[in-house]
Design a protein around this ligand. Structure first.
Ligand code: CAP
Ligand code: MG
Length: 423
């Protein structure tokens, strides 16, 4: 343990630094200040003992400039990073420190990027307004489905289910996170056949229909697959950004396809579920926006997966606003030219959840239902119609129960799953 707290400077006013907000629980016998010093040291230029040339690199020290109970803020001089290399940044700010003995637990709650880092990235190609323009949907939430069963369908059935969903009223059909290039449903055949159905549904309905195929794979293969999507006239690709990794997301975005990127966050909970340790979803969302996803899963606050609606609202602000204001658990961020990302609400949703989602998250979201569409007793097509009806009802300010009286698809869904009481 360092005797002098050289990495604490409570008078420091950050300028062009990258700021991190951490929640830490010091190990027994240590104060928050001592533990914070160790965090700043290990995540910048220091190690467990003094070494030669320390004076030489002094200017690159990270500085703990705020301590508020267990919440500490650390400023990292931008010079210590390769500015356009996200894996490199994570190796410092969420690297060794996550396993240090001097903290019982440590959670990176938020990060705020200085201008120089923002300038190294393009952010989303389309963002909310670009997606709305592409899909020709002005105001209402976008409606999406995930093909279910999530694995095992043969390609022709996958394409048929997609077609039914589009015909019934979905705008977006996406692969599930664990579908890639399995024998029963290979990538090449799936993209070709499903895009054919998207075109057919577009012609028949006069609406835009998008297929979000999962290109998650080793990076060269990922690029090959994205290229094929572009060549076949697709609009979107989907990437499992956590399992593929930050470098893969950078590779995909920097390849500069004309495709929108839908970011699935499978495995995020390994980092963010423990409220005292790990990396928060806020941080994941920040880097996803910085690199440039167009859509990002942010949770529901009501469906099958862990997460409070307040946290989902905070996340939505983080990815949508131009200027994000600090709260006790969040840092401010000016996003400059980086576009807003469209939030995706998904996981255990059914039509009865639509009023809650729009009330709490607004209209600039994608509402996604897998089971809540394909599980409808009337089947996929009418299951999609039921969601569309729920969205129409909410957009016209009509209670679902009333709208369901002369809309049998919605009525069926509500009979199956009900309308949850608001907490
Ligand atoms: C939803 C889903 C999505 C989750 C991801 C699933 O299906 O396809 O992957 O929503 O979670 O596999 O669970 P259902 P999140 O609609 O049938 O639940 O959005 O929280 O990242
Ligand atoms: Mg899924």
């Amino acid at each position: 343990m360092a005797k002098e707290l050289k990495f604490i400077d409570l008078n420091y006013k950050p300028k062009e630094d990258l700021i991190c907000l951490f929640k830490i629980k010091p190990a027994r016998g240590l104060s928050v200040k001592q533990a914070a010093n160790t965090v700043a040291l290990e995540s910048s230029v220091g190690t467990w003992t003094e070494v030669k040339n320390e004076n030489y690199v002094k200017r690159l020290r990270a500085k703990v400039f705020s301590i508020n109970g267990n919440l500490i803020k650390i400023a990292y001089p931008e010079e210590i990073f390769e500015l356009d290399n996200v894996p490199n940044i994570f190796s410092s700010i969420a690297g060794n420190i996550m396993g240090m003995k001097s903290v019982d637990s440590i959670r990176l709650e938020d990060v705020s990027f200085p201008k120089k880092i923002l300038m190294g990235f393009d952010g989303p190609r389309y963002g909310i307004s670009g997606i709305r323009k592409m899909m020709k949907i002005k105001e209402r939430p976008l409606i999406g489905t995930i093909i279910k069963p999530k694995l095992g369908l043969f390609t022709k059935d996958h394409a048929r289910v997609a077609y039914e969903a589009w015909s019934g009223g979905c705008d977006i059909v996406k692969d599930d996170e664990n579908l890639s290039n399995q024998k029963f449903n290979t990538f090449e055949e799936r993209i070709a056949r499903t895009l054919e159905k998207a075109n057919k549904a577009e012609e028949e309905t006069g609406e835009k229909k998008a297929y979000l195929v999962n290109v998650t794979a080793e990076t060269k293969e990922m690029i090959k697959r994205a290229q094929l999507v572009e060549d076949l006239g697709g609009k979107y690709v989907m990437l499992d950004i956590i399992t593929a990794g930050w470098a893969a997301l950078q590779t995909l975005r920097e390849a500069d396809f004309k495709l929108a990127i839908h970011a699935h966050r499978a495995m995020h909970a390994a980092f963010d579920r423990n409220p005292n340790h790990g990396v928060s979803m806020m941080v994941i969302a920040d880097f996803a926006r910085l690199i440039g996803v167009d859509q990002l899963h942010i949770g529901t606050g009501i469906g099958k997966l862990e997460g409070k609606i307040e946290d989902v609202e905070d996340l939505l602000e983080e990815i949508e606003l131009k200027n994000v204001k600090a709260t006790h658990k969040r840092l401010n961020q000016k996003w400059n030219n980086i576009k807003p990302v469209l939030g995706v609400s998904s996981g255990g949703l059914h039509p009865g959840h639509v009023p809650f989602l729009v009330k709490n998250l607004g209209k600039d979201i994608v509402i996604q239902m897998g089971g809540g569409i394909h599980g409808n007793k009337l089947g996929t097509k009418l299951g999609s119609t039921a969601v569309r009806q729920a969205v129409d009802a909410v957009m016209h300010g009509i209670p679902l129960k009333e709208y369901a009286k002369d809309h049998i698809e919605l009525k069926t869904a509500l009979n199956q799953w009900g309308i949850p009481k608001e907490k």
